[in-house]
Design a protein. Sequence first.
Length: 267
Amino acid sequence: MNWIETTIPGLNFTAGQLVFALIVIVAGILLGKLAKMTSNKILSSVMSENASNLVQRIIYYSMIIVATLAALSYLGIDFTGALLAGGILGIVIGFATQSVVANLISGIFLQIDKPVSIGDPIGIIDEHLYGVILEINILSTSIRTFDGVNLRIPNEKLFTSKIHNYSKYVARRVVITVGIAYKEDIQKAKDLILKTLNENSLILAEPAPLVYVDELADSSVNFSVRAWAPSTIWFTVRTQVVQQIKNMLDEGGVEIPFPQRVIWQGE
């Protein structure tokens, strides 16, 4: 009798079937390694190293599991009871780990979509949080707030929130409101403010700075001052501009009023 057709005592499959099943498992392992190497080349350019390694492992072990189940099924092993028990266990585990899975998936999408990167100053509007991205991990993201507190935000919360990324583009606009007294010359004040902006070497020439009367307020005529600066030094430029405009208006004799109320008392 051919050894391939030899029945193994106590089992319902032949030696040939067992060899074929082992070949299927080995093929699954080899295909898993091939898929892992291929995905590494593709994912390394769109994901961080941690996220890429995670996806590669998921692909690798998924192919091994599929190959193993196919081989055991070929040998005639009944998985009905195991699948039923596994299904019930899977439901229980699913409920217990749904937040973990949500954070995991959100972490992968954050790596692909890249709304933020390490070092970006951001604002998470829904959470009223503002800071700099320190790390983007699989389950959470670390942020250092502007007052020096280290926070860990679940990736699901970050991915589903409205985010302001203050360094996504190379330039960012500085917007300041400057009020002058009603008795002052509007054109003179405007010229002094524009001169201040043009003399600041950190302000971009294009788009050009813009100054215009925006509001006739209770105690002042308010100018809207708008200029563009490199995103990396936006805060520095804004603080400089506020001080420089104040100094320039003082030197030019233009009054910046404080709120006033006129009270009439009847006789």
